[in-house]
Structures are given as C-alpha cells and as structure tokens.
Design a protein around this ligand. Structure first.
Ligand SMILES: [Zn+2]
Length: 322
C-alpha cells in the first residue's frame, strides 16, 4: 500500500506511534528465552541419546573393479576373493596420509617407539626426519585388525588428540567389529591416480597391498612367506633388509621384513618401486628367487596374481561419481 500525495516527513508524522507496553515486552522476552531453552535441550538430548552416525557404506570389489575406478571420496570395499580384507580407496594421498601416517609411525616405521602414539608435533617431526611429507610417508598402507585396535587403545590411554580422518577410521573399525578382541581382518589402502601417482602406479600399489592382505588373513600364507625367508641365504636376507631399511621400515621386526619381501619380490612389478638393483642383485638372480617363490606357493586366490600383468584393464581418467 502506498501513501500517495504526502511527502516522507508528513508520512512519518501521520503514522501512529507504537504503544510501549513493558509487561508485554517481558512476556515476549521470556517466551523467546523458553523457546531457546527447548531447542538447546532437544539438541542436547539428540546428542546424548540420539542416533549414532549412519553406517559407512561398504561395497565388495575385485582387483579389476578397483583398478577400473577412481574414487571422488574415500571408498570402502571388501575384497571379493577374501572379505576379511577391507580396501580403503582414497581420492588423494593427503587424506590417506592424514588417516594412516600416525598408525604407520606406531606400527612399522623405523626409529620410532612401538608402544607410544605420536602427537601432531612429534608425527610432523618424524615425517620430516624421513625427508617425507604427509603424502609421501607411504603410498599404500596395510595393517592387521589387531594392530589397528592397539593403535586406538594406546591413543586413548595417552590422550592423543586424533584428527577427523582418524576418528572416521575408528568408526569404520568399530562397524567392522575390528576393535573387539580376537578380530581377524586386514586393512589395505591405495590412492587415486593423481600426480605424482599414475594409473599404473595405482594398480601396482593395490597389487602389493593385496599380498599383505593375504599375509594377514591366511595363516598358511604367512607360514609360507616365513619358510621362504628362512630358506634365503644370509646375504639375500641382508640385501632385502637393507633395501627395506632405506624405505623406512623397522628392520628389527622380522615378521615385517618377510612380509614386505614377499610383497616387493613377487607383487610389485614396477621398477619405480622395486628392482634387482634395489637389492644389489642381477636380474637373473632376482628372477630365480621370484620363480622359486611362485613355484611353491600354496594354491589359493593369490596364486594367479603372482604372474598377472598390470593394470588389469583400462582405467578412467577422473573419479567415478557412481
Ligand atoms: Zn608393503
């Protein structure tokens, strides 16, 4: 509605002034306060008694299916041939590092305490001392359920402030039942193909980590890798131990040494990650070791993977939204 024919000053003068009713004002203020209290109480009740966060979706995928995708967000899949292996497929190295570098520092990085979770300052220093970044500390990770449970138990005991990615991992492990005593499972991870990670590197990282998954979930395979390690000459064991030391692994952990030896020797077909030169051997020497390992492997789903050519299929250039 318009006030035609009057100038603005006249309009103001003509408009009736509101009556100031003090009692009404206090009633209105009281009502508003009561309303705010109800909202806060309802929020608190939701926080305390409300629903837990929605479950994290978990897919099931083969190696070829993982190779053929590039996740936009962190994707969780059970590995189809062995559902006790859970694969975390990250959209980039940064999120992978933020979620798992502190775990790596506790479980298997050299020259760090095996019973103390690092806080942010000490973790940053440990990564820096290796000449690394959050992204490069590891390109792929692998841990058994019991070690992950121990990480979260120690972190709680030591009042370590965990970041949002680590808390998300804790939620996932809780959902999987891996924080319970005696849980069996292996977590393996890989990043999407974004520089510096190429599509070929991504496929090799996955292949390498899958072999660790088998090592952690199939006792007969762990026993085989151990017998192979014992069958090596002292010089060969020293060569692999020295290589793994330069890669930042704790060389005092024999189980870690023989697990990584099987993974690099047989399941890492990329000279950027591993070569005869890296262990001071001739190509013929290395081939003999590899062929011998494969010839006597127990026969299960991992066995054909030892001779696969990577990647298993064409990979998309960008992340998949479905
Ligand atoms: Zn490895």
């Amino acid at each position: 509605m318009q006030y035609d024919g009057l100038d603005p000053d006249q309009r103001i003068r003509i408009l009736p002034q509101p009556k100031r009713n003090k009692t009404g004002l206090w009633v209105a203020l009281g009502g508003a306060l009561a309303f705010i209290c109800v909202i806060l109480l309802a929020g608190g009740a939701w926080f305390m008694f409300g629903r837990s966060p929605p479950p994290i979706p978990i897919d099931t995928e083969t190696e070829a299916q993982i190779d053929a995708t590039q996740p936009c967000d962190t994707k969780v899949s059970r590995f189809a041939p062995d559902p006790e292996i859970v694969v975390l497929d990250f959209p980039n190295l940064t999120i992978q590092g933020l979620m798992l570098d502190r775990v790596a520092a506790l479980i298997e990085k050299a020259h760090l305490p095996r019973n103390q979770v690092l806080d942010d300052v000490d973790l940053r220093e440990a990564i820096y001392n290796c000449g690394d970044t959050i992204e490069s500390y590891y390109y792929g990770h692998d841990y058994k359920a019991a070690d992950l449970a121990r990480f979260f138990q120690l972190a709680a005991q030591q009042n370590i402030t965990l970041n949002a990615n680590e808390l998300w991992l804790k939620q996932l492990l809780n959902q999987l039942g891996w924080l319970d005593p005696g849980a069996v499972g292996a977590l393996i991870t890989l990043p999407a193909a974004r520089p510096p990670v190429t599509e070929a590197m991504r496929a090799v990282i996955l292949h390498h980590e899958i072999s660790h998954g088998a090592f952690f979930t199939i006792p007969a395979y762990e026993a085989y890798a151990e017998s192979f390690w014992d069958s090596l000459t002292d010089a060969d064991r020293a060569a692999f131990t020295s290589f793994l030391g330069t890669e930042g692994y704790d060389t005092n952990n024999t189980n870690l040494m023989l697990n990584e030896t099987q993974a690099y020797l047989v399941f890492t077909p990329d000279p950027q990650f591993f070569s005869a030169k890296a262990v001071g051997m001739s190509q013929a020497q290395l081939d003999t070791l590899r062929d011998g390992y494969i010839a006597n492997m127990p026969n299960f789903w991992l066995t054909p993977m030892a001779t696969e050519t990577l990647p298993l299929g064409p990979t998309p250039k960008s992340c998949n939204t479905n």
